[in-house]
Design a protein around this ligand. Structure first.
Ligand SMILES: NC(=O)c1ccc[n+]([C@@H]2O[C@H](COP(=O)([O-])OP(=O)(O)OC[C@H]3O[C@@H](n4cnc5c(N)ncnc54)[C@H](O)[C@@H]3O)[C@@H](O)[C@H]2O)c1
Ligand SMILES: [Zn+2]
Length: 366
């Protein structure tokens, strides 16, 4: 089914570095027309997006220097950033140059970092082409690049000048990447409210993951994130709740050497901490069961080998968010209400993770 961006009202994001607007061009023609307002631009485009959409994007690419970037974690490094900085310099970029980035989170992170460094900061416009980019990472100004095989170790906050979300890009995105984006939608809508989670369930149960209401789900997700980042742009406190599901999710990704898509790992990580929240009397069992049923149905994943509680706990210790030997678990009280809970690594935690793995089967293995 063709995806279009039905005319959604724009969102304005308040930021200490300058407010910016998120708009929803209906198709690539409208997108290109909106980008025409900039005369001096350099374009950074995801290699696959360039291959698939090169001819449609030609009005933009023929009038500006552009560089194709592979969306790999290897490229999301100082080496990849250096290539972009070299390109900016070779093309005589100045303070007036606007960087236009088209791609998913990898291109976004490279673009944010490079635009922040060059001439102490260039304006940059982001056109997300993955679901994760559209529903989550496009706002918030944060970026992370990898250092010596450790993920997201270097970063800056550099707000985009404008975000343009054009849903038709999702038509060529793989199912794996669609599920990955949904992990973040689930996180944001559970963070939002019972009603927003109910919308997610309703639309997905009726129309599957590529349902006709996907633009509404993206919009609702951004509204939730907007409220959080506007209150705590630099992740001093409240913004940490966006880490919901990520502590154990990241551990699982590391243990499996990324054998599970990010969004599935995060959905599974939410189910695990929700189970812990029930055990600790924070979350009601009936609510857990209803969220679990949704996760089991849409995010179940078969691993090539078993994982153990010990491995997961050891893996989570490497999280940047572990402080004084305690891990800040983000626990759900009810949809719309999360609690940052410093949690000791003890026998109780290990026992809970072990029982979760034995009783719940979002993850399976041979
Ligand atoms: N800065 C942030 O706030 C933030 C937040 C979350 C994640 N991230 C980072 O984002 C990265 C993941 O990003 P992602 O999930 O958006 O994917 P991605 O950028 O890794 O891209 C995934 C794949 O989809 C391809 N692709 C992109 N758009 C396409 C399209 N329209 N059609 C067909 N193929 C397309 C890419 O070429 C790539 O092969 C990670 O490095 C993560 O650390 C950053
Ligand atoms: Zn995530």
């Amino acid at each position: 089914m063709p995806m279009t961006s039905p005319s959604l009202p724009g969102l304005s994001i308040r930021s200490g570095q300058g407010d910016y607007q998120v708009d929803f061009p209906a198709d690539l023609t409208q997108l290109l027309a909106q980008l025409e307002s900039f005369t001096k631009v350099v374009v950074l485009v995801d290699e696959n997006v360039a291959k698939i959409y090169g001819s449609q994007l030609s009005p933009l690419l023929e009038r500006s220097p552009w560089m194709s970037i592979p969306a790999t974690e290897d490229e999301k490094t100082l080496r990849g950033v250096q290539r972009v900085l070299d390109f900016l310099q070779q093309n005589n970029a100045t303070k007036q140059t606007v960087v236009i980035a088209l791609g998913g989170g990898v291109i976004q992170d490279i673009a944010t970092f490079s635009a922040h460094l060059y001439y102490r900061g260039l304006r940059w416009v982001y056109v997300p082409t993955t679901l994760l980019g559209m529903c989550d990472s496009c706002i918030g100004a944060k970026c992370g690049i990898n250092l010596n095989n450790f993920k997201n170790q270097l970063g800056v906050f550099h707000s985009p000048h404008w975000v343009l979300i054009c849903l038709p890009f999702l038509e060529t995105l793989s199912d794996t990447e669609i599920v990955s984006g949904y992990g973040e939608i689930l996180k944001l809508l559970l963070t939002g409210s019972t009603e927003q989670f109910a919308l997610l369930r309703e639309f997905v149960d009726a129309g599957g993951l590529r349902n006709p209401q996907l633009s509404r789900l993206i919009y609702e997700s951004l509204k939730v994130k907007k409220e959080i980042i506007e209150e705590d742009e630099y992740e001093l406190n409240l913004r940490r709740i966006l880490n919901y599901g990520h502590t154990f999710g990241h551990a699982l990704e590391a243990i499996t050497h990324h054998g599970i898509p990010h969004g599935k790992a995060v959905a599974w990580g939410m189910d695990l901490v929700n189970y812990i929240a029930v055990e600790r009397g924070i979350l009601d069992r009936a609510e857990y069961d209803s969220i679990h049923a949704f996760i089991q149905k849409h995010f179940a994943h078969r691993l090539t080998r078993p994982v153990s509680a010990v491995e997961l706990i050891e893996g989570s210790r490497r999280d940047k968010k572990v402080v004084d030997g305690k891990v800040n678990l983000i626990l759900l009280r009810t949809a719309g209400e999360l609690k940052i809970t410093p949690t000791t690594y003890d026998a109780q935690l290990q026992d809970e993770v072990e029982r979760y793995l034995a009783e719940k089967h979002v993850l399976s293995w041979p």
